[in-house]
Design a protein around this ligand. Structure first.
Ligand code: NAD
Length: 424
């Protein structure tokens, strides 16, 4: 095994000098390798650890190995989050014979290389969103997934697994909204003010785009998931970078900064931000519905305001992640004197996922979406069906094409058909 920098956590059954090949692989076990150790590294570690506690899974999960760039930090991370081993070399983790699934939680520009290497090594891959920083990378990843016929791919569009969003998907699929007219989606945050330094998220060569790939990716996926409709055309778009320069920081200091950061720019060496801070666009869906989408990191006062509303002939649904346990519902088939917005507390056992957690109205939070997704991944690998559909690389390529079409519409100032973008 090349470049081994393997360190076993002291509370691990594997000691620090163990040769991983000495331990036989266990059939019927999902052996996970996690690549990345920060924000999503924590969310995913928690999910892999919790999935089998809350859900009846067809196979147990083993948190085999975590890969990070700083071996001391990765070692500490492994101990804290229950990984059997830590390595400073992600290739080493992929090649571990006990690993059957590779979980990619690194910046967007790294997704392609890591995912393709994992598929070529015969591993299933669960990759964070957006599928890639660019459509070209996403295409290569989808092609590699098609080629790796024995491997399954998954993309962490975690908001699909909020019980309220899953319920909205079910209500539309049951025809309860009838013909769909409008999709109105926003994903608004406010941590990207002038005092936020030049993190990888502001560098196009690492992130691909800014708020667009980070946030619009989620609401494009949610719109496709909830409505079952595909985008036909981006009719017009605005791409804006409000903060053109940001303080350059050492890579080691590039911790996630997702807290308010208004105010003045910090002193120090400045570098150019090469991504958008906000992208807004209008879309037409196949079948005639229309939609508006807005993503921003400078929407002061909005912390993680991921919203979607769908209006149909027979009813409407409305979701706001800041009240994530609730789905607002308008039933247009009721007698007129009874019509009004009702708020469904989606915590009953009859609601998707909710019954796996706590009793009625004992609310769930952000991390549960990841736990529910990890559980669904294991179900699929064990031959069972997920509670609601899971996006794979092919599915996420559609979302990536919509992202690309919106940027093209903004830059060319003209409508762009998604079909033409996908054809290349
Ligand atoms: N699903 C969601 O809601 C959600 C939320 C946040 C981030 N994300 C996505 O998750 C991914 C990671 O984001 P994050 O917030 O965890 O970022 P982060 O900056 O917190 O962590 C990135 C990790 O990748 C490692 N890394 C960076 N460059 C690397 C390289 N070249 N090789 C190997 N490792 C490298 C870093 O050391 C770190 O451990 C991104 O694709 C992002 O879009 C998804």
């Amino acid at each position: 095994m090349a470049g081994t920098a393997r360190v076993a956590p002291h509370n691990s059954p594997v000691n620090s000098t163990a040769n991983p090949t000495a331990r036989p692989s266990v059939p019927g076990l999902v052996g996970v390798a996690l690549l990345g150790t920060k924000f999503m590294g924590r969310a995913h570690s928690n999910a892999w650890g919790a999935a089998g506690k809350f859900f009846d899974l067809p196979m147990p999960v083993s948190q085999e190995v975590v890969a990070g760039r700083d071996i001391a930090q990765t070692h500490a991370f492994a101990q804290r989050w229950g990984w059997r081993q830590a390595t400073g070399d992600w290739r080493d983790a992929i090649e571990d014979p006990l690993v059957t699934l590779v979980d990619v939680v690194t910046p967007n520009n790294v997704h392609r290389e890591q995912s393709i290497a994992a598929l070529e090594a015969g591993r299933h891959v669960a990759c964070e969103k957006p599928l890639a920083g660019t459509l070209a990378h996403a295409r290569e990843m989808a092609a590699a997934a098609r080629k790796a016929k024995k491997c399954r791919t998954f993309v962490w569009f975690n908001y699909r697994r909020c019980p309220a969003v899953s319920l909205a998907h079910q209500l539309v699929a049951e025809g309860r909204l009838g013909r769909l007219f409008h999709v109105r989606a926003t994903y608004l945050q406010d941590w990207g003010g002038p005092s936020t330094p030049l993190l990888w998220r502001f560098q196009a060569n690492k992130a691909g785009s800014g708020a667009h790939g980070d946030l619009n990716a989620h609401i494009i996926d949610m719109a496709r998931f909830v409505t079952g409709l595909e985008f036909q055309e981006i009719v017009g778009a605005i791409e804006e970078t409000f903060v053109k320069e940001r303080e350059v920081i050492e890579p080691a200091a590039a911790a996630p900064v997702l807290s308010p950061s208004g105010g003045k720019r910090r002193p120090g060496k400045l570098g150019k931000s090469t991504v958008d801070d906000a992208v807004l666009f209008l879309a037409r869906f196949k079948g005639g519905a229309v939609g508006s989408f807005e993503a921003s990191r400078l929407a002061t006062g909005n912390k993680n305001r991921n919203t979607i509303e769908v209006n149909g002939e027979l009813g409407s649904v409305s979701f706001d992640f800041e009240r994530m346990n609730e789905l607002r519902w308008w039933d247009n088939t009721l007698p007129q004197r009874l019509r009004g917005w009702s708020t469904i507390n989606c915590t009953e056992a009859v609601h998707p996922y909710a019954g796996s957690y706590w009793p009625s109205a004992h609310l769930i939070g952000y991390e549960h979406g990841f736990t529910s997704m990890a559980a669904d991944i294991v179900k699929v690998l064990g031959g069972e069906s997920p509670v609601v559909p899971l996006p794979d690389f092919e599915d996420a390529l559609q979302t990536q094409a919509v992202l690309e079409a919106a940027l093209m519409a903004a830059r060319k100032r003209q409508p762009i058909r998604v079909r033409d973008v996908l054809k290349g």
